[in-house]
Design a protein around this ligand. Sequence first.
Ligand SMILES: Nc1ncnc2c1ncn2[C@@H]1O[C@H](COP(=O)(O)OP(=O)(O)OP(=O)(O)O)[C@@H](O)[C@H]1O
Ligand SMILES: [Mg+2]
Length: 331
Amino acid sequence: MIEVKELTKSYGPTLAVNQVSFDAHAGEVVGFIGPNGAGKTTTMRILTCYLTADAGSATVAGYDVLEHAIDVRKNVGYLPESAPLYLDMGVVEYLKFMAEVREIPKSQRKERLRTVVEICGLEGVIQKDIGELSKGFRQRVGLAQSLIHDPPILILDEPTSGLDPSQTIEIRNLIKEIGKEKLVLFSTHILPEVAATCTRILIINRGELVANGTLEELIGQVRSEDKVHVAIRGAEEAITTKLKELDSIVGFTHVKTDDGVVNYEITVAREGKNVTEALFNAAVQNGWGLAELRQESVDLEHIFLHFTSGQNGNISPSSELTTEVDSTEEE
Ligand SMILES: Nc1ncnc2c1ncn2[C@@H]1O[C@H](COP(=O)(O)OP(=O)(O)OP(=O)(O)O)[C@@H](O)[C@H]1O
Ligand SMILES: [Mg+2]
């Protein structure tokens, strides 16, 4: 539904988008993330025909963005970063106007209007002018206009920015629901939102697409190991010996001992066996008190920093290890 090939765009000397390529299909919710100024808005503006690329190509719903802008716009609902709303227009007046611009048949306009007002929670403000609305409600009106023609593709530039928590959840659920049949491409700085909503994640940094995959795939690319934190009340020497015997443990660090409780950071092979269970059993068998047992997995924040910090690999747990488990000792 969206096919982007080596898209490039500069503003004077600023290379905003640099040879970006990806595609996306119906049934996907694609999260577009990256630091401020990375090129998200520029890419979205090109895909919605508000901006022309310098090089490369893009088709949306099968139409080339350069040659068939009108067809592209018919198939796309777009929420711009700062919605160009007409401040002296009434909410209903504006949505009616957008329905007309979108060429919705007259007979269907009332029903579409009613639907988007309900979806975006605008019932309480339909009598007001847009200029009187708070930021979050203006954002809702922007969302309503992007949905009014029931397009198969939605491109939303920070759709939940400025929304209150309950509306954020509603919009998030809406995006998920829409994404079951349609294609949603949206940008955000709220990473848990991406983890909760997206079937795929695109990360852009300094104009370049640096990652493209499911959350699981990106986790795998960032590191092949997980961390387990364990705090055990018992004899340190015996515990250390036991840790060296356990399968799947790549290495561990003795962090500190508090009141007879020994704390370890353990590095575990991601594909390895269930280490937390093995640790629990070892504690039971040896009569140790298990004060804490917690698995720390890579989250999207780690992934984001990994791909955008410019010094990939700075979160590798191996660098913190003091005890490497020697595989020959395991037998
Ligand atoms: N109209 C413009 N004129 C000149 N430079 C621009 C213009 N719009 C964007 N840029 C530059 O292009 C680069 C990409 O900007 P863009 O708005 O696409 O980033 P973004 O990823 O959407 O960032 P944010 O998360 O802050 O919204 C930045 O360096 C920005 O300063
Ligand atoms: Mg932006």
